[in-house]
Write a protein that binds this ligand. Structure first.
Ligand SMILES: [Zn+2]
Length: 277
């Protein structure tokens, strides 16, 4: 069984028909669970609808930094309400994206801080998107208590290397693209490193090095579909069940079987998002 810890079945450009077809393909695949991730209020509503429609679908609700110049506090209140849905399992994707322009950077930080506070208030996992803002993301998470002892006390300990139990801050670094050293630092702080398509890319050496260095106990598998299709499908629209290529590559890097990697990464995903069935 496979776990896709970050995907967009709710993608706004999908018609209902396209979404149903994709759901059917998922049901015919090895994929056991997906986390359907929102980027704004309307996408969070669709993600929760998907979660209502499909047993294997859970949702993350939040406002992506791309919406920093247009969101209102009423949107955050709406996210708070949506987060009460029993299948809403994280606040996300939230964070910083400094790839495009510089004019909304202050607003991005403000939106990010407000949503970390919301996740702390609701004691929910946090799903992070960060691009071209690695250090600032870590600084803001730390300042807002995402790695505080108090936050870690809300979640059960997690198995670390050699089955030693260690604290879990339930912070997912989605499609992690920073340095291996920073990934190690994040794990020490209690975060979890989530890897997708780039780990399969020929020029994805950094992601592969992260997969090699970080113990598998602290890794999640994801697609970010419909973006970021893995090799050998790079350049095409991505699909949640293509997570198998990510898991195959992670297994190869770790020197374990595909089946073993699938089992561990699924168990990690279920634990992170509190899925018990
Ligand atoms: Zn995403």
């Amino acid at each position: 069984m496979l776990f896709d810890a970050h995907t967009h079945l709710n993608f706004e450009k999908f018609s209902d028909e396209e979404r149903r077809t994709l759901a059917q393909e998922i049901e015919e695949s090895e994929l056991g669970y997906i986390i359907d991730v929102a980027d704004c209020v309307s996408s969070a509503i669709q993600a929760l609808k998907d979660a209502d429609d499909y047993d294997w679908c859970y949702a993350a609700v939040g406002i992506h930094p791309d919406h920093a110049s247009v969101y209102t506090d009423a949107d955050i209140e709406e996210i708070r309400k949506l987060a009460a849905h029993p299948k809403a399992r994280a606040i996300g994707e939230i964070g910083l994206d400094f790839y495009y322009g510089t004019d909304d950077r202050e607003q991005q930080q403000e939106l990010f801080r407000k949503q970390i506070r919301l996740a702390n208030e609701l004691r929910m996992p946090i799903m992070i998107h960060t691009r071209d803002a690695n250090q600032l993301t870590m600084d803001i998470l730390t300042e807002e208590g995402a790695f505080s002892e108090e936050r870690k006390s809300w979640f059960p300990m997690r198995p670390g290397e050699g089955s030693v139990m260690v604290p879990d801050a339930r912070v997912q670094m989605h499609c992690y693209s920073g340095s291996p050293e920073m990934a190690e630092e994040y794990v020490k702080l209690g975060a979890t490193i989530s890897l997708g398509g780039p780990v399969t890319f020929k020029n994805g050496k950094k992601a592969a090095e992260v997969a090699r260095r970080i113990p598998i106990e602290f890794l999640l598998s994801e697609t970010d579909a419909p973006y970021m299709a893995p090799e050998p499908l790079r350049g095409r629209p991505n699909k949640p069940h293509y997570v198998q290529y990510v898991v195959r590559r992670m297994a190869m890097i770790k020197g374990i079987s595909y089946e073993e990697a699938s089992d561990i990464l699924t168990a990690n995903g279920k634990r992170f998002f509190g899925i018990e069935d």
